[in-house]
Ligand binder design. Structure first.
Ligand code: CAA
Length: 447
């Protein structure tokens, strides 16, 4: 596999998640009157990361960046861009990256990042992908341009709401440079955008407003639209499926935004259902579950949509789907099952899942399906670099085991901001110490 000199992409990934978690199957399921099987299988989440009192999206971003720098022996002068994707902003005007740089300068010295630029991007869960597009263009321009994209978020919904079991928290930092050791990005992407009320957080609100089932449908529509846009742009370029095969066949891994792992199964069923029409394997699928519903067979669009989603549920139980899903999609959900939704970082948590479980092999092709509520989707692709074996593992599975489980009461107090102390006092980490009378936030590295 040859790599052109201006080949650019993701060189390394660092992941930070809180030390606290809530099990979905214990006290939580009992208190909410839910069957544990619904949460583990129907939703796909076993544990959700919960930020402690001293943590916010900025401390998590700073922790992920510090780990990325230490893993790669980078100094502040090596990094020219720190672009942060988040919908968990800590200020309406000041860029989160300035707080993050302030924290990092506690370690590297005041002024050490003064030549680094930083921008905060908001576009719900797709923001980090737009940041990656931007930073990779800059990094590809010139040898030595090294940038970092940080995705950081706290997914928080109201207590007792259906969104509550799709919460989570964490940050992912991506090192972006030429000759990347993880993923070389193709210079092709497809997009889809539409005005929607699926999920949003009006100014001043601490939890998201979500129209749950509608948000699932918006995700499916947007990803389908962006995938079609990607295919128009990439066919004949990086993607040339031979006759009788689908574009998705060209990918070893199909990574998606993971609001909860089951959503990825719905999205894969929708995608493969579209993609496999007319191929030999579809005859076998139709023999098992009958033909696809057609709009003309139903009184209106709502009935047609319901029939289509029931059809896709049946399709998801065919051996053909299960084989493709288990090989190409499911392995990327490993960490999300134990961390929950981290919004814009969840696509890249999927990449970390593949890396930590040894699924990323040199030369494999990856598709990235990014989604942000509101709504917008972006599909892009890349190839696993031949130096993938040089990237050390991160010990994330061990770190997950070392976390502390919260009681339901402590979780609810933290959720409502009603705890006066941290559940675990900060130690060897960045911490929010408090806000002053003007609302400026004070952070420090706590030994
Ligand atoms: N065993 C196994 N499965 C069970 C079960 C049991 N005992 N009981 C129920 N289930 C299954 C249901 O059958 C269903 O599966 P099917 O779709 O195959 O029928 C599944 O569990 C989910 O259950 P419900 O249909 O009852 O859904 P819900 O009321 O629990 O709501 C949700 C689910 C809409 C995702 C809700 O949690 C929510 O609003 N979450 C927040 C919004 C969200 O994440 N949306 C995703 C798209 S938007 C996005 O991606 C951006 C983002 O990050 C937010």
């Amino acid at each position: 596999m040859s790599q052109p000199p201006n080949d650019v992409g993701i060189d390394d990934v660092a992941v930070h998640f809180p030390r606290l978690y809530l099990s979905t199957t214990g006290q939580f399921a009992a208190a909410r009157g839910l069957e544990p099987a619904k949460l583990v299988r129907g939703i796909g989440v076993e544990q959700m990361a919960v930020p402690d009192r001293h943590e916010d999206a900025a401390t998590m971003a700073a922790s992920a960046l510090l780990e990325l720098m230490q893993r790669n022996r980078l100094g502040p002068g090596d990094i020219g861009r720190i672009y942060i994707g988040t919908e968990s902003s800590v200020d309406e005007a000041k860029a989160m990256g300035t707080y993050v740089i302030g924290m990092l300068e506690r370690i590297y010295g005041r002024g050490s990042f003064s030549e680094c630029s930083t921008v905060e991007l908001k576009s719900a869960c797709i923001a980090a992908s737009y940041a990656l597009e931007n930073v990779s263009l800059w990094a590809g321009n010139k040898e030595g341009n090294i940038g970092v994209v940080i995705a950081t978020d706290i997914a928080r919904y109201s207590l007792n709401s259906p969104g509550e079991y799709t919460q989570g928290a964490g940050a992912v930092a991506l090192l972006v440079k030429r000759q990347p050791r993880m993923i070389s990005l193709d210079q092709e992407a497809g997009f889809f955008t539409r005005d929607e009320n699926d999920f949003f957080r009006p100014l001043g609100m601490k939890t998201a407003v979500v129209n749950g089932k509608h948000s699932n449908q918006c995700y499916l529509d947007a990803v389908e639209g962006a995938f079609a846009s990607y295919c128009r742009s990439a066919r004949g370029g990086p993607i040339c499926p031979p006759h009788g095969s689908a574009v998705t066949d060209a990918f070893d891994h199909i990574l998606m935004h993971i609001p909860y792992p089951r959503m990825v199964e719905y999205a894969a069923a929708s995608l493969f259902c579209q993609e496999w029409q007319g191929l030999d394997r579809w005859n076998s699928v139709e023999a098992q579950i009958g033909p696809l519903p057609r709009p003309g067979d139903f009184p209106g669009p709502a009935e047609y949509q319901e029939a289509s989603s029931q059809y896709q549920r049946r399709f998801a139980r065919t051996p053909e789907f299960i084989r493709a899903f288990s090989a190409k999609v499911e392995p990327s959900t490993l960490l999300s099952r134990r961390i929950g939704n981290i919004y814009t970082g969840s696509l890249y948590l999927g990449l970390a899942s593949l890396a930590e479980s040894g699924h990323l092999l040199a030369g494999q092709r990856c598709a990235f399906l990014s989604y942000g509520s509101g709504c917008s989707a972006m599909v892009f692709s890349g190839r696993v670099s031949r130096q993938i074996g040089d990237v050390p593992l991160r010990g994330l599975l061990k770190r997950l085991q070392e976390r502390s489980e919260l009681s339901l009461t402590d979780y609810e107090l933290l959720h409502e901001g009603a705890r006066s102390e941290s559940a675990i006092p900060p130690s060897g980490e960045f911490a929010l110490l408090g806000e002053d009378e003007q609302g400026y936030r004070h952070y420090d590295w706590v030994k």
